[in-house]
Design a protein. Structure first.
Length: 103
């Protein structure tokens, strides 16, 4: 259900940005490091939104990959503990060693 709300909010955001951009079609001067150019404001707005969306996507992709690596690492630790039965004292000591080495 959360994914559906996120999708609907994304569509609503896209509609609002599109309507805003359509009403702003006047040419504007854009200054680059190496010069200037006149661009329609609609392209500047839509380009800025696309670049911002791409940046957010990249940040979330890095976060996702980092979390996936952490999950795999923790699954290996769990598999090691399940493969070898230990007493309670040994389990606590082993867990503490693993946590210390991860930090």
């Amino acid at each position: 259900m959360k994914l559906q709300w996120t999708f609907l909010l994304g569509i609503l955001f896209a509609i609002v940005i599109s309507v805003f951009a359509v009403f702003n079609v006047a040419p504007v001067r854009v200054n680059y490091f190496f010069g200037t150019a006149n661009w329609p404001l609609i392209l500047v707005i839509l380009g800025s939104v696309l670049v911002g969306g791409f940046i957010v996507f990249c940040i979330n992709a890095v976060k996702f990959i980092t979390l996936q690596r952490k999950i795999k690492q923790l699954e290996r630790i769990i598999a090691d503990f399940e493969a070898r039965p230990l007493s309670t004292e040994e389990t606590e000591t082993s867990m503490q060693k693993n946590l210390d080495t991860e930090s």
